[in-house]
Design a protein around this ligand. Structure first.
Ligand code: DAH
Length: 339
């Protein structure tokens, strides 16, 4: 047994030291130390060795295994190193090859406008909130003074999930969520996607709005106008002109629509503004006291104003985009032009 072990050690170590590649080395490992390897067999057969010899033979067998393992790992390192050097020799980097250039990403034009408007609102002291895109009829309509069968619902036909759950048709439900959860005074703005059953070159079933709500004591239309003017100046520059038209929204009283210098023609008159030099900035007004009361705000102590700009139209005008759908197609040819 001792001779056999000695022989395995001599033979094995010799084979290992003369191995010239990794595959051969592994075959040697399997031959001696694998499941059915020569040394493994001997170690397994230890139980048949007479008890008086077992200790000595055991020590020898383990020492042979250890020597072979050391020889294997040293050879493995040597061969791997040699292979790495050979590969490095082969794979030279050609530094004269022209590069493919660095592809730069960019923000989507809607995201850029969104960020700009959010920054502006935050500078003016607004808190940014987000409310659900899937709404109940109550938040989207009822709580905003648009009861069932109200004609104003016609203009905001939506994508319904059930009779009472729908994709929100505007960001105005954010007003209700804010009034229900925040303690006045507060100023919130809620950017987000809205959905309507509309589809042509300037209307998409998905579009984007901002909702702004200011609740405080003694808030008046004058405060609203001052803030809107400041926003227009910060967005479009100090020469921006504004005009106000009476309007109707069920949630504000009085309601107004504010136009600002047309950004397509800078007020000269073009097809977009139908020669007037103005295009719609946004609609808003003084929050109807009924709405304050329904959402738990004391309308004797507090008043407020709200407004809701759509942003897709502004992005289209400032980037001269002819069809709103381009904004939602993820077409790289279009997006690359918008950088
Ligand atoms: N929610 C309205 C719409 O989608 C826009 C709007 C008008 C929002 C008046 C307001 C507001 O907050 O006071 O057409």
């Amino acid at each position: 047994m001792k001779e056999k072990l000695q022989e395995i050690q001599n033979k094995g170590v010799k084979e290992i030291s003369s191995a010239t590649d990794l595959k051969v080395l592994d075959e040697i490992r399997v031959k001696y130390l694998g499941k059915a390897g020569e040394l493994t067999q001997i170690l397994r057969g230890m139980k048949d060795v007479p008890p008086e010899e077992r200790r000595v033979v055991g020590i020898l067998a383990n020492s042979v295994r250890e020597k072979m393992e050391i020889a294997l790992s040293e050879k493995l390192a040597e061969l791997e190193n040699a292979k790495l050097l050979a590969d490095m020799e082969k794979e030279k980097i050609d530094i004269t090859e022209p590069s493919t250039g660095i592809k730069r990403g960019a923000l989507h034009p809607l995201t850029r406008f969104n960020n700009k408007f959010i920054d502006l609102c935050v500078e003016m002291g607004f808190t940014v909130i987000q409310t659900p895109e899937i709404e109940t009829d109550y938040y989207n309509f009822e709580a905003l003074n648009v009861p069932k069968n109200h004609p104003a619902r016609d203009m905001q036909d939506s994508l319904y999930i059930t009779d009472s759950i729908l994709m929100r048709t505007h960001t105005s439900p954010a007003q209700v969520h804010a009034m229900e959860t925040l303690k006045p005074p507060f100023k919130i703005v809620c950017p987000g996607r809205v959905y309507r059953n509309d589809d042509d070159s300037s209307h998409s079933p998905i579009f984007n709005q901002f909702e702004a709500l200011v609740i405080d004591e003694n808030v008046s239309l004058k405060d609203f106008m001052i803030m809107v003017k400041e926003m227009a100046v910060r967005l479009y520059g100090k020469d921006v002109k504004m005009r106000v038209r009476p309007a109707f929204f069920p949630f504000t009283e009085p309601s107004i629509e504010i136009d600002a210098t047309c950004q397509m023609c800078q007020g000269k008159g073009c097809s977009l503004c139908k020669g007037t030099g103005f295009s719609e900035f946004f609609g808003g007004g003084i929050v109807n006291p009924r709405i304050l009361e329904m959402s738990g705000v004391d309308s004797k102590k507090y008043s407020g104003f709200a407004f809701g700009p759509g942003i897709d139209r502004s992005v289209m005008v400032t980037n001269k985009i002819p069809n709103i759908k381009y904004l939602f197609r993820n077409d790289m040819r279009f997006l690359k032009q918008m950088r």
